[in-house]
Design a protein around this ligand. Sequence first.
Ligand code: SAH
Ligand code: SF4
Length: 357
Amino acid sequence: MNTIIYNKIKTDEPLDREDIKYILGSSNTKDLFDIAYEIKSKFVKQKVYFRGIVEFSNYCKKDCYYCGIRKGNSGTKRFQMMSEEIIETADWAYKNKYGSIVLQSGEREDKTFIDFIEHTILGIKEISNGELGITLSLGEQDYEVYKKWFFAGAHRYLLRIETSNKDLYSKIHPPDHSFDKRIGCIKSLQEIGYQVGTGVMIGLPNQTIDDLVNDLFFFKDIDIDMIGMGPYLNSENTPMSNDSVQPLWNNEEVYVLSLKMIALARILLKDINIASTTALQALKPFGREMGLKAGANIIMPNITPVEYREDYQLYDDKPCIDEEKELCLGCLDSRISGVDEVIGYGEWGDSPHFINR
Ligand code: SAH
Ligand code: SF4
């Protein structure tokens, strides 16, 4: 790495746009990952926290151009797990010492759904004596709905901005999806008291290196507690799959860029939680472990019952769709000790940034 930039990072001098652009374009990743790992070890330790993710329904009222479960995708067989089934899955996570779970689904805003989620959160809190942390990833909702779920016991929320470039956002969504509304939702969640995570997709058609630089500054400016970002992956039968504009980078380049984005997020934001996402593993079998080496500290093992996994494919070739959660656990344990990290079993592993904020 360029010594001036290296010294800036070492002495904690702020990096400017040009420094970040240089790093994203540079082929020397080793120094970058090493220094990001050093910062990670100092601020959040060499510890990984598990968030077992339950992808409990693929009904969605939105039509994001990149997503396999978008409303317009008539080839997708729709499913919704029952509340008891979700609570049972959460109970498995609790008994296996996962500190927290993530409930994720397509977006719905009807009253039945809102009450269903509240009921499910209360049920999970009850079976785990309030000990299992609950993160929600249920899209854009009204302020009062976010509040209702927060008071029921959810304490973290993931809502990716997808890209911080408003023009690009409008290219990858239908006209009735609003960038400003999404920002407003992130701010509402912060105001209510959630730990809030956001993120972007990397390698979108029409996305540039400047966009990625802006994404990193966006995370900093909005003062986020958690980041979950990863490669954009093709999903057959979506409008973007047939886009005439090809992304600037091939899969190998997107993989490396995604790791660099993790490292830079760690260098710039220091004490936040950063997830090493499944989408990274979709590009490289050991992509998630590499994410940990580049500065991430969270892994979200899929604990959805196997019978539903095939129908929750946001993108093609999603890994582990036929692997039972019990097998996943054994496999993850050895994969993580293989990269010299400790698993924070039974701990919430809250973002120190949130605690310090
Ligand atoms: N409906 C909720 C949560 C489910 S989608 C929401 O949209 O917030 C969760 C994330 O999956 C999205 O934020 C998006 O970043 C990601 N995603 C969807 N399609 C994808 C694709 N083709 N490649 C990579 N990530 C994708
Ligand atoms: Fe629905 Fe989320 Fe997919 Fe958009 S990204 S179509 S909101 S599930």
